[in-house]
Design a protein. Structure first.
Length: 189
């Protein structure tokens, strides 16, 4: 089947997949250039000695937040927030935190480190992701009946939570992030 004979919906889906791949490659490249795919940098963050990781992540949040809400304002995207709960955040945070503390990588930095040729990320990271995913999948029915429902707050965004307009929330969050980044830079942390 040639590309010309594909239905428009399928072409759009393929285009989205290609765009996602390209954005992922750029993101991985930027993670690598930012130094956050290096074990020593991540360990330094966990030991509160090197704040490169938090600087890169806060910068990404700032750019992503501004970009998403700009695209939403232009009508290019719609937001479909997922439901959440305190239980979901606790379980997700524990899984993420344990893996991060044991291996010294998060899922994004594992991919970047694998791209750099780090065998510990390839073997330990991929095995850890698969083991964690498998364990969560196996426990999901039990977790879903209890812990994941604790403190359920539904589909809510920060502007809805704080009862402010989206632009105002973006400006407040951006100002807070910029203050934190400035403090970290001035303190040379």
């Amino acid at each position: 089947m040639s590309a010309q004979s594909l239905p428009a919906k399928e072409k759009s889906r393929i285009s989205q997949l290609i765009q996602g791949l390209l954005i992922g490659l750029v993101f991985g490249f930027l993670l690598q250039k930012g130094g956050v795919t290096k074990y020593d940098v991540i360990a330094g963050q966990l030991l509160l000695r090197d704040f490169t990781v938090i600087k890169v992540m806060l910068s990404a949040v700032l750019v992503g937040m501004a970009g998403i809400y700009t695209m939403k304002g232009l009508g290019w995207v719609e937001l479909y927030p997922k439901s959440g709960s305190l239980g979901m955040n606790v379980i997700g945070g524990l899984i993420f935190g344990v893996g991060f503390a044991i291996l010294g990588y998060c899922p994004g930095t594992i991919a970047g480190a694998v791209g750099n040729g780090s065998m510990d990320a390839l073997v330990g990271g991929v095995a850890g992701i698969m083991a964690g995913s498998g364990l969560f999948a196996a426990l999901y029915p039990w977790l879903n009946e209890g812990v994941l429902k604790w403190g359920f707050y539904g589909k809510v965004t920060l502007p809805q939570l704080f009862k402010v307009g989206e632009r105002k929330m973006v400006l407040i969050a951006a100002a807070a992030i910029l203050v934190v980044l400035a403090v970290l830079e001035v303190a040379r942390l």
